[in-house]
Design a binder for this molecule. Structure first.
Ligand SMILES: Cc1ncc(C[n+]2csc(CCOP(=O)(O)OP(=O)(O)O)c2C)c(N)n1
Ligand SMILES: CC(=O)[C@@H](O)[C@H](O)COP(=O)(O)O
Ligand SMILES: [Mg+2]
Length: 639
């Protein structure tokens, strides 16, 4: 591991107020040190690197010009906020990023007064900033509100809803569009092409014209400084027609790595802007770190790495990753059925749909960060007889819930929902945990809701979903590796609403939904060893429930435990409802539903999070003993 870099100037800046003493001419040196510090920190922790590297100058310039935290600075998504964290009193903890007990990888209100709004899901910054700007107006506060939003985040409908509202309200809001021509993957869509055209220079305004415009809008003090910036930027200024039509004053594109361009523009906007302003800043994702600049993904998200070579640590896998199994199975099924199409919302590699795009490019659609649209777009495809697999992370599907209800479920359209990142995801923490999908999908009439217990089951579920044309169907699976089971050459079509008994016992029944099955089997070993003969079943379906299986487990066991990687209201709640309605708990059956706890679980390794949640081998054993009113004395590995 390399030594931490020398950072003499950065050492003088603990909080933004210290920046005021740094002369403008020394800011490039500060930027160099800040970059080195961030690279060193992320090389030790892993995390989001490319986005932060791209906004080093922008972050310094904003903190230099504005008076944070009185002025509100909001980063969209928040994955680019590491330089901001270093400059806002958190440098001493920067090497704890995303670790258990450490700094969050995103902005977080509870973490710092310099984080006025928490984020992690994209495209919320303009709405939140507008709310703050209006609040300042209402309470007579004189403060600036700045929202920094990326070109990728600009593809979501919510950003336009906010622009639309801000333009109409004429609120004093500063939006900085950080255009690095990248999302996680290269950005898609007409808006991205439009921004590229603006940045390409074809529609640049001459600086004289800009000077006139700015003078008219911002006042007399503006034009000389702006003109200088514009000269340095080789005429990087344009009319920004779309944003102007929406009521924004549009400045840019300007060079987001040049303090000579950033500082005068920000100062003039600070001192003179009256209504909503959009500053279009062009940056380079991964800037200043050659391995990141050279990488296709610009080191969007990295493992720990070697600073000199950029080589990332790779743990040797014990089993294939669920995402890879899903992707391969989907490509296989798509080879058999030309009606199968894939939809991703800006996560081609994260969901594995990049594999489908290689095999069947014309049947794979990256719609941008637009989950709501992705769901209804898939519904439209299904309405025309196609078989869309709308592959989203559990946490991001939340954004498309009304579309799932209104456009898919009510119409009974056979959209397939592969739901990745089910359960805890680890370092991304509570914003990215896949906790609620079973609860919110299993509540919907006509929905088939599955969870894979292992990677072979996932393969079966891909085939089952492909074959299911009677209505919507979902299947969830976690981040990370499978358990190493033998894989079938092709998935089987599962009987809808039928679970399976994996191990037969007689006193205790563990009914698992999802990948806690492995821990249930381990817990069963301990329980058997303690004289409690244990049945383990894999429910496969939360909807429709396997009524016969549940009846059999309820009637022939003293204890019934349901186990899932989801919130209350999901699988266990449906089982309890059924047991109650059927009168199966009227005669002493001891039922305990095990779900994710009712807290926002902090980031840690997933195993540690499950242990804390009590959803591991030891927790399952303890729950059984508690149900029986016994103490778990000397129980195997669980004790
Ligand atoms: C609603 C939502 N969908 C998907 C994501 C995953 N995601 C995180 S960052 C990102 C790309 C953002 O691109 P951009 O805003 O341009 O920022 P950059 O990384 O280029 O700086 C995506 C798709 C998310 N955070 N939120
Ligand atoms: C910031 C963001 O939302 C994504 O970059 C996310 O961190 C990706 O997570 P995975 O690593 O699980 O794909
Ligand atoms: Mg971008």
């Amino acid at each position: 591991m390399t030594k931490a870099p020398a950072t003499p100037l950065l050492d003088t800046v603990r909080i933004p107020a210290d920046l005021k003493a740094v002369p403008d001419r020394d800011l490039p040196q500060l930027a160099g040190e800040l970059r080195a510090e961030m690279i060193d920190a992320v090389s030790r922790t892993g995390g989001h690197l490319g986005a932060g590297l791209g906004v080093v100058e922008l972050t310094i310039a904003i903190h230099k010009v504005f008076d944070t935290p009185h002025d509100r600075l909001i980063f969209d998504v928040g994955h680019q906020c590491y330089p901001h964290k270093i400059l806002t009193g958190r440098r001493d903890r920067i090497r704890t990023l995303r670790q258990e007990g450490g700094l969050s990888g995103f902005t977080r209100r509870a973490e710092s007064e310099y984080d006025p709004f928490g984020a992690a899901h994209s495209s919320t910054s303009i709405s939140a900033g507008l709310g703050m700007a209006v609040a300042a107006d209402l309470s007579g506060e004189n403060r600036n509100v700045i929202a920094v939003i990326g070109d990728g985040a600009m593809s979501a409908g919510m950003a336009y809803e906010a622009l639309n509202n801000a333009g109409a309200l004429d609120a004093r809001l500063i939006v900085i569009l950080n255009d690095n021509d990248m999302s996680i993957a290269p950005p898609t869509g007409a808006m991205s092409a439009y921004l590229a055209r603006l940045a390409s220079g074809r529609t640049y305004m001459g600086f004289r014209e800009l000077g006139k415009k700015l003078t008219a809008y911002l006042g007399k003090t503006v034009d000389r400084a702006i003109t200088r910036a514009v000269e340095h930027a080789r005429g990087y200024v344009t009319g920004g027609t779309l944003f102007e039509e929406m009521g924004f004053y549009h400045i840019g594109p300007i060079d987001g790595h040049s303090f000579e361009h950033l500082l005068p523009v920000l100062r003039n906007v600070r001192d003179n802007a009256r209504g909503p302003v959009l500053i279009h800043v062009v940056t380079q994702k991964g800037k200043g770190y050659p391995p990141a600049e050279a990488a296709a993904d610009k080191y969007h998200g990295v493992n720990t790495f070697d600073v000199i070579t950029g080589a990332q640590a790779k743990a040797k896998p014990n089993a294939p990753a669920y995402t890879a199994v899903f992707a391969e199975a989907l490509v296989q099924e798509a080879g058999y059925d030309e009606k199968i199409v894939g939809v991703t919302a800006a996560m081609p590699s994260g969901t594995g749909l990049d594999k489908l795009a290689i095999a069947f490019p014309e049947r794979t659609f990256d719609v941008g960060i637009a989950e709501q649209h992705a769901v209804t777009f898939a519904a439209g495809l299904a309405a025309e007889g196609y078989k869309p697999f709308c592959a989203l992370y559990s946490t991001f599907l939340q954004r498309g819930y009304d579309q799932v209800v209104h456009d898919v479920a009510i119409q009974g359209l056979p959209v397939r929902f592969p739901i990745d990142r089910a359960g805890f995801v680890g370092a991304d923490g509570p914003t990215h945990a896949g906790s609620f999908d079973t609860a919110y999908l299993a509540a919907l009439p006509g929905f088939v809701v599955m969870a894979a217990a292992d990677e072979a089951e996932l393969k079966h579920m891909v085939r089952t979903a492909a074959a299911h044309d009677d209505g919507p169907i979902s299947f969830r699976y976690p981040r990370g590796e499978g358990v190493g089971v033998e894989m079938p050459a092709r998935g089987e079509i599962l009987a809808i609403g039928k679970g399976r008994v994996v191990k037969q016992g007689s006193k205790v029944a563990l009914l698992s939904f999802g990948t806690r099955l492995a821990d249930c089997l381990l817990a069963a070993e301990d329980l058997d060893a303690a004289g409690l003969s244990t049945t383990v079943a894999d429910a496969r379906f939360a909807k429709p429930l396997d009524h016969d299986l549940i009846r059999q487990l309820a009637r022939h066991h003293e204890v019934l435990i349901t186990v899932e990687e989801g919130s209350v209201g999901g699988f266990g709640s449906h089982v309890l409802q059924f047991l109650a309605v059927e009168g199966l708990i009227d005669h002493g059956l001891k039922v305990r539903p095990m779900v994710l706890p009712d807290i926002w679980m902090e980031q840690a390794k997933p195993e540690a999070m499950y242990a804390k949640a009590g959803l591991d081998r030891a927790g399952i054993v303890a729950t059984v003993f508690q149900a029986l009113g016994q103490k778990a004395v000397g129980v195997g590995a669980a004790g």
